[in-house]
Structure formats: C-alpha cells, structure tokens
Design a protein around this ligand. Sequence first.
Ligand code: KIV
Ligand code: NA
Length: 272
Amino acid sequence: TNAALTPPQVAKAKGSTPLVCLTAYTTPMARIVDAHCDVVLVGDSVGMVLHGLPSTLGVTLDMMILHGRAVRRGVERALMVVDMPFGSYEESPQQAFRNAARVMAETGCAAVKLEGGQSMSETIRFLTSRGIPVMAHIGLTPQSVNAFGGYAVQGRGEDGDRVTRDAVAVADAGAFAVVLEKVPEALARSITQRIAIPTIGIGASPACDGQILVVDDMLGAFTDFHPKFVKRYAEFGALADKAVEAYAADVRARKFPASEHVFGNAPKERPA
Ligand code: KIV
Ligand code: NA
C-alpha cells in the first residue's frame, strides 16, 4: 500500500493549505502523527529526545535507520523523511549519495533531509538528479552548533542575506522543500515569497508554507525544556511523573496488583 504523499505533491502544496509536519521516532507515535500530518520526519533530534545525547552530533546512520524502520511501519499516508546524521553526507556528493541510498533502501522512506545551504547545493543537486528527493534545512542548523557557538537565532539584520542565499541555493539545486529554523519573521516571509518550494518553519513564524515541531516537545515530554518557539499541546512529562509516582506508592502499599490483575489456579476461569 503506497498511497502516501510524494515529494512532488508536497512541493506543489506551496501557496495552498499549510503543510503540517511533526517528527516521530517509533511505530506507535508514527501512527498518531500519520493520521493528522502531511510529513513525518525521523529527525536526528532522536539523539537528544530518546537517547539522552547532549546534541545531535553523536547520532549515527545506524540509529537513523533503526528508528526509520520503526517509523515506516506506522506511516501510510504521510510523506516520510529521514534526517541524514552529522558526518554521513558532508564529505562529498558521493558519500552523501551512498549513505542516503542506504537510508532509503533500508527504511523505505521517500526522501532524506540534510542541513546546509550554499555549501550543500552541489550535494543536493547530485542526489536529486539521481532519484533521491531532498528536503533542505537552513537557518539554525543544529549539527553546526559548535561552529555557531550555540543555538542562537540566525539571519538577523545583515545576516539575513546569507540565509536568503542559502534558501535560493537549495531551491535551485532541486530540493523539494526547505526547513527554516529559528529565523526572524520578516526574513521567513521574504524567503517564502522568493523561492518556489515550500518553507517549513520551526521557530520561523506563520509566514512559512508549513510548520514542524519535535513531537515530544509539543507533547510536553520534558519538564525542563521550554523553547520560545514550541507550543505545548499536552504535559506528557508531568502526566508520566504522576503515573509512575502512583504506581510506586501502590506497589509499596501492596495495592497493586489488585484481585482483577491476578490469575487464579483454575484453567479457563474467564471465557475468551
Ligand atoms: O531533527 C529534527 O527533529 C529536525 C526538525 C526539528 C526540523 O530537524
Ligand atoms: Na534534524
């Protein structure tokens, strides 16, 4: 069954209804996201969100493939995109092709995402002209956290010209969409008007053609992480803490398991 949204369909959505995108890293979350979204991204944010890494730099191709395979089993109608992790594509277009082809073959995703603008345009052209649809990612690119010296807003003032050149470069190179991360609203609007492919914003204002968030962030999975650009639609972290606290109290008080959770000695005591 492959009635899933395709990269060209996502590209064509520019100017019509906003593209709804979220990350997912597991099959059950992919099913929920797939039911409501246009794009499911297996982000390399998985390293920080699920593996406790301090940044995305330690994420490996094997991690992306493992989570990609899990997500694939939960996606039917959305476009599935997998992030290329740090070190797997920057060296050369050939390295990028080899690893992106492996990601596509082993996960069944329809596209990959990679970070970088002008510096990656040759690589994006190499991949897109050889059957690998590419979602680009510019503005704040977390894999460059050390080069940036942090996670600051990008493209303020005169620096906006650089981000604009990045946007034009990835669009010209054949990317079907571009993630625009943590840039001022005016810049997001001018880039969105300037290029023919959809801009997917994260911390980039409603002027973009679509929005993406890390699903665990919008679910409030972390009690200690509140970036300005995330709206919390739930408080999963607090909910889980309360539930585990109640379980611990029940076990210590011998209130769990209760009689309804216990097996008797007689076979087939409950009809199936
Ligand atoms: O890794 C990720 O989750 C991402 C999105 C937030 C754009 O790159
Ligand atoms: Na990412």
